[in-house]
Design a protein around this ligand. Structure first.
Ligand code: GA4
Length: 349
């Protein structure tokens, strides 16, 4: 098991889960004909929902998870052969290039099977291990991509827009810039601290605290952010930690469910729907006792794809965003800080 360094050097936040009791995460049963209506409502209200009866074989999920656990239990010097993540490859603690830190180690890869093989052979050479990982990634990615496309087609139907592959064709394109990420959050004891942080590594003077009183807080595993792509599909083991932000800015915890998937609306889908759907701010806080392992598929468009509100969704309304290519947006994203509101730069007004 990896030791990341001292937790007290990491951003942390106070426990504040009063809203957890008030809200339920929208649940979509993909086997039900009415799921398209529920998907649209969930994207409008939360930018987030949970999916059951998803059709992704459990054996694919288990195989990739057990490969991930095996990978993360290697000595750091071995894993670092696939790093540093700049942005692709193995990384730990550092997220992106703008100084963000988290209590996390990860493997960030494109979905291209040759790229995955090359990265894995930088650790294992041409061996059985490389083959096992390549196969586990490939079967998982194709099943999850199929489900993501089905969801995007139900979204188009629910929005009554044509053609029904208007979103999914971007993921199906041979040039689609999609990624896969394995995250490992080692357990981290709650910290006793003098000052309560707001989750961004900065002080939160909430006025009611005595600086000499020690209070409990959680270490940030992955700081708050929105995903820049069209759609993200995430799944984790049964360990808590994921939180989403509601429209009023409060945070709720997402109860883990290892048999289901969680879907995030990404920034690009927010733009294409002219903000009818909004990308969800989310973050991960570490669990004090258990490791959290998650796998996320990020469905992105081809680099040259123009991202703009769909004319059929702006009828009678002004387009809220300037047109940009995914390449332009991605460059901007990769030079930003995790918590930045990146779409602000592309708004018209
Ligand atoms: C968030 C979503 C994906 O995990 C990711 C992340 C990327 C990275 O880890 O390199 C970024 C982050 C993500 C957005 C802002 C920049 C880039 C870290 C960061 C500080 C792979 C992605 O596409 O954007």
């Amino acid at each position: 098991m990896v030791v990341l360094s001292k937790p007290e050097h990491f951003p942390f936040l106070r426990n504040c889960n009063a809203n957890d009791l008030l809200y339920e995460i929208p649940l979509i049963d993909l086997s039900k004909p009415e799921s398209k209506t529920g998907i649209v409502k969930a994207c409008e209200d939360f930018g987030f929902f949970k999916v059951v009866n998803h059709g992704v074989p459990m054996e694919f999920i288990r195989r990739l998870e057990s490969q991930a656990v095996e990978f993360f239990s290697l000595p750091l010097s071995e894993k670092e052969k696939a790093g540093p993540a700049s942005p692709l490859g193995y990384g730990h603690k550092r997220i992106g290039r703008s100084g963000d830190m988290g209590w996390v180690e990860y493997l960030l890869l494109t979905t291209d099977p040759d790229f995955i093989s090359r990265k894995m052979s930088s650790i294992f050479g041409e061996s059985e291990n490389t083959d096992k990982l390549r196969i586990a990634f490939s079967e998982y990615i194709s099943a999850v991509k199929k489900m993501a496309c089905e969801i995007l087609e139900l979204m188009a139907e629910g929005l009554t827009i044509q053609p029904r592959n208007v979103f999914s064709k971007l993921l199906m394109d041979e040039e689609s810039d999609s990624m896969v990420r394995l995250n490992h959050y080692p357990p981290c004891q709650e910290l006793e601290m003098d000052l309560v942080g707001n989750g961004n590594g900065t002080e939160n003077g909430n006025g009611n605290g005595n600086r000499n009183n020690k209070r409990k807080g959680n270490v940030i595993g992955f700081g708050e952010h929105t995903d820049p792509q069209i759609i993200s599909v995430q799944r984790s083991n049964n360990t808590t930690g994921l939180q989403i932000s509601l429209r009023d800015g409060s945070w709720i915890s997402v109860p883990p469910d290892q048999d289901s998937f969680f879907i995030n609306v990404g920034d690009s889908l927010q733009v294409m729907t002219n903000r009818r759907f909004q990308s969800v701010r989310h973050r991960v806080i570490t669990n004090s006792a258990k490791s959290r392992v998650s796998m996320i598929y990020f469905g992105g468009p081809p680099l040259c794809e123009k991202i703009a509100p769909l004319p059929c969704l702006t009828d009678g309304e002004e387009s809220l965003y300037k047109e940009f290519t995914w390449f332009e947006f991605k460059n901007f994203v990769y030079n930003s800080k995790l918590a930045d509101n990146r779409l602000g730069n592309f708004e018209k007004f």
